[in-house]
Design a protein around this ligand. Sequence first.
Ligand code: ATP
Ligand code: MG
Length: 741
Amino acid sequence: MSDLLANLNAEQLQAVSLPPQHALILAGAGSGKTRVLTTRIAWLIQSGQADPAAILAVTFTNKAAKEMLARLAAMLPVSPRGMWIGTFHGLANRLLRAHHRDAGLPQLFQILDAADQLAAIKRLLKALNVDDEKFPPRELQHFINGQKEAGIRPHAVEAWDDYTRQRVQLYQEYEAQCQRESVVDFAELLLRSHELLERNEPLRRHYQRRFRHILVDEFQDTNRLQYRWLKLFADEGREGGAAMFCVGDDDQSIYRFRGAEVGNMRDFEREFRVANVIRLEQNYRSRSNILDAANAIIRHNTNRLGKNLWTDQGAGEPIRVFEAFSDGDEARWIVEEIQQLVREGALRSEIALLYRSNAQSRVLEHQLFSAGLPYRVYGGLRFFERQEIKHALAYLRLIANADDDTVFARVVNFPTRGIGARSLEVLQDAARTYNTSLYATVPHLSGKPGSALAVFVRLVEDLRRDTAGLPLPELVDHVLDASGLRAHYKAEKEGRERLENLDELINAAANFLAEAQAQRAPEEAAAAHALLADFLAHASLEAGEHQADPGADAVQLMTVHSAKGLEFNAVFLSGLEEGLFPHENSLLESDGLEEERRLMYVAVTRARERLYLSFAQSRMLHGQTRYNLRSRFLEEVPAGLTKWLTPPNPRSAAGGEFGSMRAGAGGGYFKPSAPVQRAPRPAFAPLPNGLRIGQAVSHAKFGQGVIVAAEGSGTDAKVQINFGPAGVKWLLLSVAKLEAA
Ligand code: ATP
Ligand code: MG
């Protein structure tokens, strides 16, 4: 039997070797969906059923796409390069670059991310002299993206009232501006490539003929436009179109807030008349303590298709639960536990710290940094490297040293204050002539550039004067307001997280002040501007050097959203507090709490061997100390699965039974993950009657199938055939009447 198929269970085998028909694999976390999808690609190629160029596979993140390519490269003797494997945006981009002329784009078109898009919209409103109170840029952005995701261009929007008509006109103007500037936003990538194929029949036929197999991971998180895009490639499910193979888990649908439609799974089943719906129930990832906890949590959701996972991996360690006094205390505990795991032989890269919101990473980063533990932050920049933090630090640095030209240039027109590139050029030329810093050159300039720049210089002077003598956190707070940064991000659609991060900078300053006070004489610590310089040095030190190199053995930090699909030997999930996780905003939305619970399910199911859950009595968040109750999700974990490291505290919860305080840590279960092994080339023995593995055959009773394996010879020769809905069967060749299909 093929090595590729050797380690699959019966349902996985059935899924991997299905005949080329549409299929939906609906299964819980860690049941091998991604593995099945990857193995199917390898199997299709290895058994000669498909050419690499005939494969189109969609993953959710670039990281997942890279991993899939690496696995395929290890499994296959041929290069996986001809395959189209990537995210929706990545693949749409590839298509548009290849046919940019047909799509009406220059070859080097640029892509706008959400923040760029908002900036472009604001610029447009300004240029058109449109009142942005009447048409708030964020709402307009939402409107435009919503239309694009529904596949509707401005001329096709049904507008019944004046306000909508005006918005449609702005949508049209925005499109014209993008076209003029050769930029394409995220929704446009998908819509434009969809339209290209819809309009251009020869091109559409070309791709429909080319891609015989379309495989989609994390199908539950596709939105309407993405689904339509897939349907176009698959010729809407018509005879002769590509076979669609979708894997997903309704319990892990965590992007409904962005328009993902779990209903796509039902539509797919119906519209493609999917005969093969396969469920996988065995979980290969987690110890049963972890899996049972995940199952128990998700059972509290009502809106689900329903399934139950089991594992034969043994109970493993109890889930450790820790109640901290504060977020700093929590982070210290996590770092101590990590050090213990590392002493027991754990790889740092097999340890993940997960959190609900990006702003939570700072405290963790700080403790990791102090302990000298290498770490990497995924799906987001490290705290001090984030755009908004760098802008804020730039203002602080100007207070400390106004002659720093780099930071001067960074914020002289941020937020925008009408200082154009031309003025800056004039300033730079003059600075060279006078041989002074940009800041010091401003008084030498006259005319319009001079007066605009003088306003900025006054701003910096005011900042310096007004903050003298302020304690460090207040100093930072003042700068965030007076610089206009806060107001700027308040107006942005994606700005909420940036605002949270700015508030987090105040927390960092407060902690720094507390540490300084503990270490120095009071009069020294009070000198605000001296302390500011130290704080800035600390910030650049933490920013510059201490994020581990890619590929180094480093602790992994990320939000739960970006952990989807990944797995680690040990997972720390911190901040399990009401208001934080579940997030307070979710409580206002219908399905909000269930979406949070699905997110919790995703978090818990990332762990293989060890799971650590923690919460803090008090937390500095968004610039203030908050006292939260522990998360309801903790109460949903059965007591028998947990071990509390701190006595369960009735104060922090609304009742509930918790596990006993057993002492003793128990042994470590860490096995370093095995290196990916290159599978040997398959030796498919030729079968009698000219049959071969991978061949499609038909059988009078069971229908269409694919030969998956063979055994024996002569009259004993048997073949294993996957008949899809009719199951996987062994048949004696001498008896079974098989015909090549
Ligand atoms: P998620 O829903 O989290 O994306 P998944 O269903 O995609 O999970 P995989 O990541 O494919 O699950 O598999 C989980 C783990 O189980 C992986 O380490 C995978 O290699 C392993 N695994 C899957 N099937 C088997 C099997 N038959 N035998 C041994 N290990 C397996
Ligand atoms: Mg997966």
